[in-house]
Design a protein around this ligand. Structure first.
Ligand SMILES: Cc1cc2nc3c(=O)[nH]c(=O)nc-3n(C[C@H](O)[C@H](O)[C@H](O)COP(=O)(O)OP(=O)(O)OC[C@H]3O[C@@H](n4cnc5c(N)ncnc54)[C@H](O)[C@@H]3O)c2cc1C
Length: 363
């Protein structure tokens, strides 16, 4: 088995896949590592691409020859250009995608690229000699060598999943965390900090009262993300809109001390774009209601994403919250919401061309 490469990429999420494809397509002999092969390109939270700022990013990746826009167009089931009431500079393309198809198409793209070897392994540490990276070692002690290593570990580094007072190790729902790699990075002198993010519950779309939901169709003239691949995109599914109620807010206020976020269990900082429903209620006490979007997870499943109620409250409270929302009174929860904390390397540890300050050859 080959164990020497030009480039090693650790992580086969959105970032690692693009890095590995770009590297292999330029002729570099590349290894791409992931903890679980079935989860390549898995959409961690909402199966959607784009939206404000992120839609531009997907199109920039397309312009650079990347895969995200193509796969988003092929797996898109509901397309909308957001912010259309404002000027074109802030228009934001967004697609709801079929989660399973997105992942499958990404895996096909990776597996059909020359110079690219896909390997399932949980990488535990880097091999560094005299300040230069030489490769990495997997949890089972297998060594792989390359003069450059790209780490795109997402939410997996020392990932901890929180639901109410319960905490367990995990990189994402149902997937193990990468517990050793971040120690290896701190040992190299890199500053490792902690972030947190969260996801809402998923519900059975067959258990809703659609008479209380407002249908939200895709655009009449759906536009995709890829400019030069000429993919004709199609709306194939409907989303729905509802709102939180006075009762929802009351339930959250009464149980706020049970939220992992507000009980002090979670120490990491969250991104501003994706506040939990607890945060929205606490930080915007004057708002009587918050909009919620019910979005399908794919064409071949009844699972739906409840966009707007990301939470770390206990499962029983999540049931109460969901059932307080018009149209969702009899909704059956298929997966509970959770918050996740994980390690990341402070971006100020990187030089302008993304090599790490602590180790010149490690990018
Ligand atoms: C619950 C939740 C909610 C989120 N909400 C949002 C949101 O609303 N908006 C948003 O933009 N982002 C959100 N995210 C973040 C989401 O993870 C990123 O948007 C996106 O997935 C990042 O892509 P990535 O390639 O950096 O990492 P990921 O998609 O997380 O992929 C990481 C990859 O690295 C691999 N990996 C990690 N460590 C190792 C190791 N040691 N060895 C081998 N392989 C390894 C994993 O197996 C995986 O393939 C959320 C994530 C989660 C879990």
């Amino acid at each position: 088995m080959q164990d020497s490469f030009d480039i090693i990429v650790i992580g086969a999420g959105h970032a690692g896949i693009e890095a590995a494809l770009a590297s292999a397509r330029r002729g570099a002999n590349t290894a791409l590592f992931t903890i679980k092969l079935e989860a390549i390109g898995r959409m961690s939270c909402n199966p959607s691409i784009g939206g404000p700022a992120k839609g531009h990013l997907a199109r920039e990746i397309d312009a650079l020859g990347g895969e995200m826009a193509r796969v988003a167009d092929l797996s898109g089931i509901h397309f909308r250009m957001l912010n259309r009431s404002k000027g074109p500079a802030v228009w934001a393309p967004r697609a709801q995608n079929d989660r399973a198809l997105y992942s499958q198409l990404m895996r096909e793209a990776v597996e059909n690229t020359a110079n690219l070897q896909l390997i399932e392994a949980n990488i535990a540490s880097l091999i560094v000699d005299e300040g230069s990276v030489k490769g990495c070692v997997s949890q089972i002690g297998r060594e792989y060598y390359a003069p450059k290593v790209i780490i795109a570990g997402g939410t997996f580094l020392k990932g901890k999943i929180h639901i109410g007072a319960t905490t367990h190790s995990g990189g994402r729902s149902g997937e193990p965390a990468s517990d050793e790699l971040s120690d290896s990075l701190s040992d190299l002198g890199l500053k490792v900090l902690r972030f947190k993010t969260g996801t809402p519950p998923r519900i059975d779309l067959n258990s809703l009262d659609y008479s209380d939901l407002e249908a939200q169709a895709g655009d009449d003239d759906p536009r995709g993300f890829s400019y030069y691949r000429n993919i004709e995109v199609r709306n194939q599914a409907q989303c729905y809109i509802t709102r939180t109620t006075e009762l929802t807010h009351d339930i959250i206020k009464r149980h706020i001390h049970l939220s992992a976020l507000y009980s002090g269990i979670i120490q990491g900082i969250g991104p501003r774009y994706c506040p939990s429903i607890e945060d929205k209620i606490v930080k915007f006490p004057d708002r009587e209601s918050h909009q919620i979007f019910i979005e399908p997870e794919g064409l071949n499943t009844h699972e739906g994403y409840v966009n707007g109620i990301s939470t770390s409250l206990p499962a029983q409270v999540q049931e109460e919250i969901v059932h307080s929302i018009p149209g969702l009174e009899t909704a059956r929860i298929m997966r509970y919401a959770y918050a996740i904390e994980y390690d990341y390397v402070d971006p100020s540890e990187l030089k302008p061309l993304w090599s790490a300050k602590a180790s010149p050859a490690c990018i």
